[in-house]
Design a protein around this ligand. Structure first.
Ligand code: SF4
Length: 336
C-alpha cells in the first residue's frame, strides 16, 4: 500500500455568494494537502460544515477548484476539460449519502446500475445486463432484482444498489460521502463490511467521510481532521484516536461515544467554548484561535505550518520546536 492513487496539493475551493449588496466568499476548502495510497481508506472527520463534503466534491471536479492541484495516478487532472476528464470519471466515483434521493424512481434497478456503462459506451446491452446481474450479487442482492424499482427496496438495499452503480465502471477511487448516516444502525455495519470486502477483492481506495467517529476509526487506515476548511491533523487511525495531538482533534475525539459505561465515566470530555466561526469571515491566523485554550500571540496573526511529529502532520504552533518546553509545561500531551 505504498503507491499513491491520489495526491492533493494546496487545494482550495472558495464559493462566491450574493448576500446583500456585496458578494461574499465562503472559504469552504483552504490550502489542503494530503495523499491517499492504493488500497487505502482515508477517513475525514470534523464537525458539520467544516468542508469535508466540499473537499470530496472538489477532488472529483464536481466543484471546480479555486487553486491547487489534484493528481490522480500521478497525472494532474486539475485543469482537464470535460472531454479530457471523461476517462478519469470512470476511475473516480462517489457514493452519496441519501440512498432515497440518489436513485431515479422511474428507472429499474437494471437501468440505474447499467446507465454509467451506457454513458461511457462500455459493452453491448447483453454484456451490460450480465455485468449488472454480477454487480447485484457482489452487493448481496439477487440477479432477478434487475427489473424492480427503487421503491421496492429498504434503505440498506438501496444503498447497495447505489454501491453497485458506483462499481459498474470499475473505479480505482471512491469518495464515500456519509454513506451510512441515512441508514438504520443495524444496516450500517453491513454496508461497511460490504465496502471492506470490495476493497479486499479489488484494491480500491476510499475517501470516507462520516460523522460517526467510531465507524471512521473502524474502516480507515489513516485519518484527516478538518476544521473550518483546513486540515489540522493527519495520521494513522490508531495514532490519531489513541493520542490526538492538535487541540481541536483532542476535543473532537473526546466526544466519541464509548459503549463501556465504566470507561466512559473515566474519560475526560473536553468542552469547547464558543461557536465555529463563519467560513465567510474566518479568524486571522490559526482558524481554531477563537476556541483554543492554548492560543499564543502568534496564533492570532499567522497561519501555523504543518509540523511533522513522528509519522503525523499537525497544523499547530505548539508543535513548532521553539514551543516544545511550553507544550510540556501545559501538559497538553495528557489532556485527552
Ligand atoms: Fe491553538 Fe495556536 Fe495551535 Fe491554533 S496554532 S491550535 S490557536 S495553539
Amino acid at each position: 500500500m505504498e503507491e499513491n492513487v491520489l495526491e492533493v496539493k494546496r487545494l482550495t475551493k472558495f464559493f462566491e455568494v450574493n448576500r446583500g449588496i456585496k458578494p461574499q466568499v465562503v472559504q469552504a476548502v483552504n490550502d489542503i494537502s494530503f495523499e491517499v495510497k492504493k488500497g487505502e481508506t482515508f477517513g475525514l472527520v470534523g464537525e458539520s460544515g467544516c468542508g469535508k463534503s466540499s473537499l470530496g466534491r472538489t477532488i472529483l471536479r464536481i466543484y471546480e477548484p479555486t487553486n491547487g492541484e489534484i493528481l490522480f495516478d500521478g497525472k494532474d487532472i486539475t485543469k482537464l476539460s470535460r472531454k479530457q476528464m471523461l476517462p478519469y470519471r470512470q476511475k473516480l466515483q462517489m457514493i452519496f449519502q441519501d440512498p432515497y434521493a440518489s436513485l431515479n424512481p422511474r428507472f429499474t434497478v437494471g437501468e440505474i446500475i447499467g446507465e454509467p456503462m451506457e454513458i461511457h459506451n462500455i459493452g453491448t446491452p447483453k454484456t451490460r445486463q450480465k455485468k449488472v446481474q454480477e454487480l447485484l450479487e457482489i452487493v448481496g442482492l439477487k440477479p432477478d432484482h434487475i427489473r424492480r424499482y427503487p421503491h421496492e427496496f429498504s434503505g440498506g438495499q438501496r444503498q447497495r444498489i447505489g454501491i453497485a452503480r458506483t462499481l459498474a465502471l470499475d473505479p480505482e477511487f471512491i469518495v464515500c460521502d456519509e454513506p451510512i448516516s441515512a441508514l438504520d444502525v443495524s444496516i450500517q455495519a453491513q454496508v461497511i463490511n460490504l465496502l471492506e470486502d470490495i476493497q479486499k477483492a479489488t484494491g480500491i481506495s476510499y475517501l470516507f467521510i462520516a460523522h460517526d467517529l467510531g465507524m471512521v476509526k473502524h474502516i480507515s487506515h489513516r485519518i484527516g481532521v478538518m476544521y473550518l476548511g483546513h486540515m489540522v491533523e493527519v495520521g494513522t487511525s490508531n495514532d490519531v484516536y489513541k493520542k490526538p495531538l492538535h487541540p481541536y482533534s483532542k476535543a473532537l475525539l473526546s466526544a466519541e461515544p464509548i459503549p463501556d459505561p465504566n470507561t466512559a465515566r473515566r474519560k475526560k470530555r473536553i468542552l469547547l467554548e464558543g461557536e465555529i466561526p463563519s467560513p465567510i469571515n474566518p479568524p486571522k491566523g490559526c482558524p481554531f484561535n477563537t476556541r483554543c485554550p492554548y492560543a499564543v500571540a502568534e496564533c492570532f496573526h499567522q497561519m501555523p505550518a504543518n509540523f511533522k511529529v513522528d509519522n503525523r502532520q499537525v497544523s499547530c504552533f505548539l508543535y513548532a520546536p521553539k514551543y516544545l518546553r511550553m507544550r510540556e509545561n501545559l501538559s497538553i500531551e495528557n489532556l485527552a
